[in-house]
Design a protein around this ligand. Structure first.
Ligand code: ZN
Length: 434
Protein backbone atom coordinates (compact mmCIF):
# COMPACT_ATOMS: atom_id res chain seq x y z
CA UNK A 1 0.00 0.00 0.00
CA UNK A 2 1.42 3.42 -0.81
CA UNK A 3 2.58 5.44 2.11
CA UNK A 4 -0.05 8.11 1.60
CA UNK A 5 -2.96 5.70 1.82
CA UNK A 6 -1.61 4.12 4.93
CA UNK A 7 -1.10 7.51 6.50
CA UNK A 8 -4.64 8.62 5.80
CA UNK A 9 -5.96 5.47 7.35
CA UNK A 10 -3.63 5.95 10.25
CA UNK A 11 -4.71 9.51 10.81
CA UNK A 12 -8.36 8.55 10.58
CA UNK A 13 -7.90 5.68 12.96
CA UNK A 14 -6.08 7.78 15.46
CA UNK A 15 -8.60 10.56 15.26
CA UNK A 16 -11.70 8.41 15.17
CA UNK A 17 -10.62 6.00 17.84
CA UNK A 18 -8.47 7.97 20.21
CA UNK A 19 -9.36 5.88 23.21
CA UNK A 20 -9.38 2.57 21.37
CA UNK A 21 -6.05 3.30 19.78
CA UNK A 22 -4.84 4.96 22.92
CA UNK A 23 -2.60 7.37 21.08
CA UNK A 24 -1.98 10.92 22.07
CA UNK A 25 -2.45 12.50 18.68
CA UNK A 26 -1.57 16.02 17.79
CA UNK A 27 -2.89 16.49 14.30
CA UNK A 28 -2.32 19.54 12.18
CA UNK A 29 -5.36 21.45 10.95
CA UNK A 30 -5.98 20.58 7.33
CA UNK A 31 -5.94 24.12 5.99
CA UNK A 32 -2.67 24.96 4.30
CA UNK A 33 -0.43 22.22 3.06
CA UNK A 34 3.26 22.07 2.12
CA UNK A 35 4.60 25.23 3.80
CA UNK A 36 7.51 23.44 5.42
CA UNK A 37 9.25 24.84 8.42
CA UNK A 38 10.65 28.31 8.17
CA UNK A 39 14.16 27.49 7.01
CA UNK A 40 16.46 29.58 9.05
CA UNK A 41 14.43 31.86 11.17
CA UNK A 42 17.41 31.67 13.45
CA UNK A 43 19.76 32.48 10.58
CA UNK A 44 18.80 36.09 10.48
CA UNK A 45 19.02 36.07 14.21
CA UNK A 46 22.02 37.03 16.23
CA UNK A 47 20.81 40.58 16.76
CA UNK A 48 22.63 40.40 20.08
CA UNK A 49 25.89 39.80 18.23
CA UNK A 50 25.36 42.75 15.93
CA UNK A 51 26.86 45.10 18.43
CA UNK A 52 29.75 42.74 19.05
CA UNK A 53 30.78 42.92 15.41
CA UNK A 54 30.62 40.68 12.38
CA UNK A 55 30.78 36.92 12.99
CA UNK A 56 34.11 35.35 12.16
CA UNK A 57 34.55 32.25 10.03
CA UNK A 58 36.75 29.85 11.99
CA UNK A 59 36.85 27.02 9.49
CA UNK A 60 34.86 25.54 6.62
CA UNK A 61 34.79 22.21 4.86
CA UNK A 62 32.95 20.03 2.37
CA UNK A 63 32.04 16.41 2.75
CA UNK A 64 30.73 14.88 -0.44
CA UNK A 65 29.72 11.63 -2.01
CA UNK A 66 28.28 11.01 -5.45
CA UNK A 67 24.77 11.85 -4.37
CA UNK A 68 25.14 14.17 -1.39
CA UNK A 69 27.31 16.99 -0.23
CA UNK A 70 27.45 19.02 2.94
CA UNK A 71 29.07 22.40 3.55
CA UNK A 72 29.88 23.15 7.18
CA UNK A 73 31.12 26.61 8.16
CA UNK A 74 32.30 27.02 11.76
CA UNK A 75 31.55 30.51 13.02
CA UNK A 76 32.15 32.63 16.10
CA UNK A 77 28.40 33.37 16.03
CA UNK A 78 25.52 32.53 13.67
CA UNK A 79 25.76 34.61 10.49
CA UNK A 80 23.16 35.68 7.95
CA UNK A 81 23.63 34.04 4.59
CA UNK A 82 22.19 33.75 1.12
CA UNK A 83 22.54 31.21 -1.68
CA UNK A 84 23.08 31.86 -5.39
CA UNK A 85 23.11 29.31 -8.21
CA UNK A 86 25.39 29.95 -11.19
CA UNK A 87 25.59 28.23 -14.59
CA UNK A 88 28.50 27.32 -16.88
CA UNK A 89 29.94 25.66 -14.93
CA UNK A 90 27.42 24.69 -12.28
CA UNK A 91 28.23 26.47 -9.04
CA UNK A 92 26.54 27.25 -5.77
CA UNK A 93 27.72 30.36 -3.98
CA UNK A 94 26.92 30.87 -0.32
CA UNK A 95 27.41 34.46 0.76
CA UNK A 96 27.86 35.02 4.48
CA UNK A 97 27.75 38.23 6.45
CA UNK A 98 31.00 37.31 8.10
CA UNK A 99 34.74 37.88 8.09
CA UNK A 100 37.64 35.48 8.10
CA UNK A 101 40.63 34.09 6.28
CA UNK A 102 40.10 32.96 2.71
CA UNK A 103 40.74 29.35 1.68
CA UNK A 104 42.30 28.83 -1.73
CA UNK A 105 40.40 26.86 -4.34
CA UNK A 106 41.01 23.15 -3.86
CA UNK A 107 39.81 20.19 -5.89
CA UNK A 108 38.04 17.49 -3.95
CA UNK A 109 39.45 14.03 -4.37
CA UNK A 110 38.33 11.70 -5.71
CA UNK A 111 36.71 13.84 -8.33
CA UNK A 112 33.70 11.58 -8.76
CA UNK A 113 31.53 13.53 -6.44
CA UNK A 114 28.72 16.00 -6.49
CA UNK A 115 31.16 18.80 -5.63
CA UNK A 116 34.30 19.16 -7.75
CA UNK A 117 36.12 21.98 -5.99
CA UNK A 118 35.74 24.36 -3.07
CA UNK A 119 36.92 27.87 -2.30
CA UNK A 120 36.28 30.38 0.45
CA UNK A 121 36.90 33.92 -0.69
CA UNK A 122 36.53 37.45 0.54
CA UNK A 123 33.76 39.19 -1.40
CA UNK A 124 33.91 42.55 0.31
CA UNK A 125 34.12 44.04 3.76
CA UNK A 126 32.12 41.81 6.03
CA UNK A 127 31.13 39.47 3.21
CA UNK A 128 32.65 36.03 2.58
CA UNK A 129 31.66 33.61 -0.15
CA UNK A 130 31.86 29.84 -0.09
CA UNK A 131 32.01 28.70 -3.72
CA UNK A 132 31.11 25.10 -4.54
CA UNK A 133 31.96 24.00 -8.08
CA UNK A 134 29.70 21.13 -9.03
CA UNK A 135 30.09 18.14 -11.30
CA UNK A 136 26.32 17.92 -11.59
CA UNK A 137 23.42 20.29 -11.11
CA UNK A 138 22.38 20.26 -7.48
CA UNK A 139 19.79 21.77 -5.22
CA UNK A 140 19.92 22.89 -1.64
CA UNK A 141 18.06 20.25 0.29
CA UNK A 142 18.27 22.26 3.48
CA UNK A 143 20.34 24.95 5.11
CA UNK A 144 20.39 26.18 8.67
CA UNK A 145 22.53 27.79 11.32
CA UNK A 146 23.31 26.44 14.77
CA UNK A 147 24.20 28.37 17.88
CA UNK A 148 27.43 27.39 19.61
CA UNK A 149 26.94 24.71 22.20
CA UNK A 150 28.96 22.35 24.29
CA UNK A 151 32.39 22.15 22.65
CA UNK A 152 31.05 23.01 19.19
CA UNK A 153 31.20 26.45 17.57
CA UNK A 154 28.26 28.13 15.84
CA UNK A 155 27.74 26.65 12.40
CA UNK A 156 26.18 27.09 9.04
CA UNK A 157 25.22 23.74 7.51
CA UNK A 158 24.05 23.38 3.94
CA UNK A 159 23.08 20.05 2.37
CA UNK A 160 23.06 19.49 -1.39
CA UNK A 161 21.43 16.74 -3.42
CA UNK A 162 21.46 16.29 -7.22
CA UNK A 163 18.94 18.15 -9.34
CA UNK A 164 18.02 18.05 -13.00
CA UNK A 165 19.66 20.59 -15.33
CA UNK A 166 16.42 22.33 -16.26
CA UNK A 167 15.44 22.99 -12.69
CA UNK A 168 18.92 24.11 -11.77
CA UNK A 169 18.85 26.57 -14.68
CA UNK A 170 15.45 27.83 -13.61
CA UNK A 171 16.69 28.33 -10.07
CA UNK A 172 19.92 29.95 -11.21
CA UNK A 173 20.22 33.68 -11.40
CA UNK A 174 19.22 34.89 -14.85
CA UNK A 175 22.59 36.53 -15.17
CA UNK A 176 25.54 34.78 -16.76
CA UNK A 177 28.67 33.58 -15.05
CA UNK A 178 30.28 36.88 -15.94
CA UNK A 179 28.09 38.47 -13.34
CA UNK A 180 29.40 36.18 -10.71
CA UNK A 181 31.40 38.95 -9.09
CA UNK A 182 28.23 40.86 -8.45
CA UNK A 183 26.28 37.83 -7.38
CA UNK A 184 26.84 38.81 -3.82
CA UNK A 185 25.00 42.05 -4.37
CA UNK A 186 21.96 40.19 -5.65
CA UNK A 187 21.78 37.88 -2.72
CA UNK A 188 19.34 38.82 -0.09
CA UNK A 189 20.81 37.61 3.09
CA UNK A 190 17.64 36.30 4.53
CA UNK A 191 18.24 32.72 3.55
CA UNK A 192 14.64 32.47 2.44
CA UNK A 193 15.40 31.23 -1.04
CA UNK A 194 15.22 27.58 -0.11
CA UNK A 195 13.04 25.84 2.37
CA UNK A 196 13.84 22.49 3.90
CA UNK A 197 11.72 19.76 2.47
CA UNK A 198 11.21 21.71 -0.72
CA UNK A 199 12.00 18.58 -2.68
CA UNK A 200 9.24 16.65 -1.09
CA UNK A 201 6.08 15.79 -2.95
CA UNK A 202 3.25 18.00 -1.84
CA UNK A 203 0.51 15.90 -0.39
CA UNK A 204 -2.71 16.36 1.47
CA UNK A 205 -1.94 13.31 3.48
CA UNK A 206 0.73 13.55 6.10
CA UNK A 207 2.79 10.61 7.26
CA UNK A 208 2.09 9.52 10.80
CA UNK A 209 5.03 9.48 13.19
CA UNK A 210 4.66 7.74 16.51
CA UNK A 211 7.01 8.97 19.24
CA UNK A 212 7.57 6.57 22.10
CA UNK A 213 8.98 8.07 25.30
CA UNK A 214 10.55 5.09 27.05
CA UNK A 215 9.57 3.77 30.47
CA UNK A 216 6.94 5.56 32.60
CA UNK A 217 4.95 5.04 35.78
CA UNK A 218 6.61 2.60 38.15
CA UNK A 219 9.36 2.07 35.57
CA UNK A 220 11.53 5.15 35.94
CA UNK A 221 14.26 3.95 33.60
CA UNK A 222 17.81 5.11 34.22
CA UNK A 223 18.52 7.58 37.00
CA UNK A 224 21.12 10.32 37.17
CA UNK A 225 23.28 11.01 40.22
CA UNK A 226 21.04 13.98 41.00
CA UNK A 227 17.94 11.78 41.03
CA UNK A 228 16.69 12.80 37.61
CA UNK A 229 14.72 10.01 35.96
CA UNK A 230 14.91 8.90 32.35
CA UNK A 231 11.12 8.54 32.06
CA UNK A 232 10.61 12.26 32.73
CA UNK A 233 13.44 13.47 30.49
CA UNK A 234 12.30 11.49 27.47
CA UNK A 235 8.64 12.46 27.94
CA UNK A 236 9.48 16.18 28.01
CA UNK A 237 11.72 15.68 25.00
CA UNK A 238 9.06 13.77 23.07
CA UNK A 239 6.57 16.61 23.59
CA UNK A 240 9.15 19.08 22.32
CA UNK A 241 9.90 16.96 19.24
CA UNK A 242 6.21 16.43 18.58
CA UNK A 243 5.63 20.17 18.53
CA UNK A 244 8.51 20.78 16.13
CA UNK A 245 7.38 18.05 13.74
CA UNK A 246 3.76 19.22 13.79
CA UNK A 247 4.87 22.79 13.14
CA UNK A 248 6.45 21.74 9.85
CA UNK A 249 2.95 21.03 8.59
CA UNK A 250 4.22 17.83 7.03
CA UNK A 251 3.49 15.24 9.69
CA UNK A 252 0.90 13.98 12.08
CA UNK A 253 2.61 13.05 15.30
CA UNK A 254 1.30 10.80 18.04
CA UNK A 255 2.81 9.74 21.35
CA UNK A 256 2.54 6.28 22.87
CA UNK A 257 2.24 8.06 26.22
CA UNK A 258 1.93 11.75 27.04
CA UNK A 259 1.74 11.31 30.79
CA UNK A 260 3.71 9.43 33.40
CA UNK A 261 2.13 6.02 32.89
CA UNK A 262 3.51 2.54 32.52
CA UNK A 263 3.18 0.95 29.07
CA UNK A 264 4.28 -2.58 28.22
CA UNK A 265 6.63 -2.95 25.26
CA UNK A 266 3.94 -4.95 23.47
CA UNK A 267 1.53 -2.04 23.85
CA UNK A 268 4.01 0.43 22.39
CA UNK A 269 4.58 -1.67 19.30
CA UNK A 270 0.87 -2.45 18.99
CA UNK A 271 -0.01 1.24 19.04
CA UNK A 272 2.33 1.93 16.15
CA UNK A 273 1.01 -1.07 14.21
CA UNK A 274 -2.71 -0.47 14.81
CA UNK A 275 -2.32 3.11 13.69
CA UNK A 276 -0.19 2.08 10.72
CA UNK A 277 2.56 4.50 11.60
CA UNK A 278 5.02 5.48 8.89
CA UNK A 279 7.83 5.85 11.40
CA UNK A 280 8.20 4.81 15.03
CA UNK A 281 10.77 6.59 17.19
CA UNK A 282 11.49 5.29 20.67
CA UNK A 283 13.28 7.78 22.94
CA UNK A 284 15.65 6.86 25.75
CA UNK A 285 18.49 8.21 27.87
CA UNK A 286 19.98 5.20 29.57
CA UNK A 287 23.00 4.63 31.75
CA UNK A 288 26.14 2.58 31.35
CA UNK A 289 28.53 1.13 33.89
CA UNK A 290 31.45 3.07 32.40
CA UNK A 291 30.72 6.66 33.22
CA UNK A 292 33.06 7.98 30.51
CA UNK A 293 30.77 6.68 27.82
CA UNK A 294 28.67 9.53 26.47
CA UNK A 295 26.95 10.84 23.36
CA UNK A 296 23.83 10.13 21.38
CA UNK A 297 23.25 7.05 19.25
CA UNK A 298 20.51 5.59 17.06
CA UNK A 299 19.56 1.92 16.99
CA UNK A 300 17.78 0.01 14.28
CA UNK A 301 16.85 -3.64 14.40
CA UNK A 302 19.39 -6.34 13.88
CA UNK A 303 18.89 -9.34 11.65
CA UNK A 304 17.95 -12.24 13.88
CA UNK A 305 14.80 -11.64 15.79
CA UNK A 306 12.43 -14.35 14.67
CA UNK A 307 11.36 -15.09 18.23
CA UNK A 308 10.43 -11.48 18.90
CA UNK A 309 8.61 -11.28 15.60
CA UNK A 310 6.60 -14.34 16.61
CA UNK A 311 5.77 -12.67 19.90
CA UNK A 312 4.63 -9.52 18.12
CA UNK A 313 2.54 -11.45 15.64
CA UNK A 314 1.08 -13.71 18.32
CA UNK A 315 -2.63 -13.08 18.50
CA UNK A 316 -2.49 -11.31 15.17
CA UNK A 317 -5.22 -13.30 13.44
CA UNK A 318 -4.86 -11.55 10.13
CA UNK A 319 -1.24 -12.01 9.27
CA UNK A 320 -2.32 -12.43 5.65
CA UNK A 321 -3.76 -8.90 5.70
CA UNK A 322 -0.41 -7.63 6.86
CA UNK A 323 1.23 -8.60 3.60
CA UNK A 324 -1.75 -7.74 1.39
CA UNK A 325 -0.58 -5.19 -1.11
CA UNK A 326 3.04 -5.98 -0.44
CA UNK A 327 3.14 -8.76 -3.05
CA UNK A 328 0.90 -11.21 -4.88
CA UNK A 329 -2.07 -12.52 -2.90
CA UNK A 330 -0.95 -15.09 -0.36
CA UNK A 331 -3.29 -17.58 1.19
CA UNK A 332 -1.03 -20.50 2.03
CA UNK A 333 0.45 -20.14 5.53
CA UNK A 334 3.94 -20.92 4.22
CA UNK A 335 3.63 -18.23 1.56
CA UNK A 336 2.32 -15.75 4.09
CA UNK A 337 5.26 -16.54 6.31
CA UNK A 338 7.73 -15.90 3.50
CA UNK A 339 5.95 -12.69 2.63
CA UNK A 340 6.06 -11.48 6.23
CA UNK A 341 9.76 -12.18 6.20
CA UNK A 342 10.23 -10.13 3.03
CA UNK A 343 8.12 -7.33 4.43
CA UNK A 344 10.18 -7.33 7.62
CA UNK A 345 13.39 -7.12 5.57
CA UNK A 346 12.08 -4.15 3.61
CA UNK A 347 11.03 -2.50 6.87
CA UNK A 348 14.48 -3.16 8.26
CA UNK A 349 16.03 -1.45 5.23
CA UNK A 350 13.81 1.59 5.70
CA UNK A 351 14.56 1.68 9.41
CA UNK A 352 18.25 1.77 8.59
CA UNK A 353 17.71 4.63 6.12
CA UNK A 354 15.77 6.53 8.77
CA UNK A 355 18.56 5.90 11.27
CA UNK A 356 21.12 7.17 8.78
CA UNK A 357 19.09 10.30 8.08
CA UNK A 358 18.80 11.04 11.79
CA UNK A 359 22.51 10.52 12.42
CA UNK A 360 23.40 12.74 9.46
CA UNK A 361 21.46 15.59 11.02
CA UNK A 362 22.64 14.97 14.58
CA UNK A 363 26.28 14.79 13.54
CA UNK A 364 26.95 18.53 13.07
CA UNK A 365 24.77 19.43 16.06
CA UNK A 366 25.81 17.42 19.08
CA UNK A 367 28.33 14.95 20.38
CA UNK A 368 27.64 11.43 19.16
CA UNK A 369 28.74 8.14 20.59
CA UNK A 370 31.46 6.26 18.73
CA UNK A 371 29.78 4.28 15.92
CA UNK A 372 26.52 6.16 16.50
CA UNK A 373 24.36 4.06 14.15
CA UNK A 374 23.94 0.74 15.91
CA UNK A 375 21.89 -2.38 15.64
CA UNK A 376 20.13 -4.26 18.38
CA UNK A 377 17.15 -6.52 18.73
CA UNK A 378 15.21 -4.31 21.07
CA UNK A 379 11.63 -5.42 21.24
CA UNK A 380 10.20 -2.06 20.21
CA UNK A 381 12.16 -2.16 16.94
CA UNK A 382 10.56 -5.34 15.66
CA UNK A 383 7.23 -4.36 14.11
CA UNK A 384 7.43 -6.10 10.74
CA UNK A 385 5.73 -3.29 8.81
CA UNK A 386 6.63 -0.09 10.72
CA UNK A 387 10.10 1.39 10.18
CA UNK A 388 11.40 1.85 13.70
CA UNK A 389 14.38 3.47 15.40
CA UNK A 390 15.42 3.82 19.01
CA UNK A 391 17.34 6.94 19.99
CA UNK A 392 19.60 7.07 23.01
CA UNK A 393 19.83 10.80 23.62
CA UNK A 394 22.76 10.35 25.98
CA UNK A 395 23.82 8.64 29.18
CA UNK A 396 22.58 9.60 32.62
CA UNK A 397 25.70 7.85 33.95
CA UNK A 398 27.83 10.62 32.40
CA UNK A 399 27.86 14.05 34.01
CA UNK A 400 28.28 16.03 30.75
CA UNK A 401 25.39 14.18 29.14
CA UNK A 402 23.26 14.63 32.25
CA UNK A 403 23.94 18.37 32.18
CA UNK A 404 22.93 18.49 28.51
CA UNK A 405 19.81 16.43 29.08
CA UNK A 406 18.61 19.05 31.54
CA UNK A 407 19.52 22.05 29.37
CA UNK A 408 16.74 23.45 27.20
CA UNK A 409 19.12 24.81 24.57
CA UNK A 410 20.66 21.38 24.06
CA UNK A 411 17.30 19.62 23.95
CA UNK A 412 16.02 22.18 21.42
CA UNK A 413 19.07 21.56 19.29
CA UNK A 414 18.61 17.80 19.31
CA UNK A 415 14.89 18.07 18.61
CA UNK A 416 15.58 20.38 15.66
CA UNK A 417 18.20 17.99 14.28
CA UNK A 418 15.85 15.03 14.61
CA UNK A 419 13.02 16.96 12.94
CA UNK A 420 15.36 17.68 10.01
CA UNK A 421 16.39 14.04 9.91
CA UNK A 422 12.77 12.89 9.82
CA UNK A 423 12.09 15.34 6.98
CA UNK A 424 15.06 14.18 4.91
CA UNK A 425 14.10 10.55 5.46
CA UNK A 426 10.60 11.16 4.11
CA UNK A 427 12.07 13.26 1.29
CA UNK A 428 14.21 10.29 0.26
CA UNK A 429 11.18 7.98 0.41
CA UNK A 430 9.22 10.39 -1.78
CA UNK A 431 12.12 10.79 -4.21
CA UNK A 432 12.36 7.05 -4.78
CA UNK A 433 8.61 6.76 -5.12
CA UNK A 434 8.28 4.63 -2.02
ZN1 ZN B 1 15.59 3.54 28.48
Amino acid sequence: MPVSTRSLLAALLALALPSAAGLAQDAQPDAEVEAPAEPQAEAGAAPAEAAAGVPEILDSRITATEDRARLVVDLSAPAEFGVTLLLDPYRIVVTLAAEGAAQARAELTPNTQLVRAYELRTASDERMQAVLELNLPAQVQQSYTLEAFDDQPARLVLDLIPDDPARFAANAESGSAAEEETAQAQVELDGAQFAPGETSVASNVRPLIVLDPGHGGADGGAEAANGLQEKNIVLAFALKLQQLLVETGRFDVALTRDTDVFLALEERVALARVNQADLFISLHADSFDEEDVRGASVYTRGDEAADILDRILAGDENTADLVAGFGPPADQPQVVSVMVDLLARETRRRSYMAGQALIEQLEPSIQLRRFPLRQANYFVLQAPEVPSVLIELGFLSNSSDTANLTTDAWLDRVAAALARGVATYFDSQAATGE
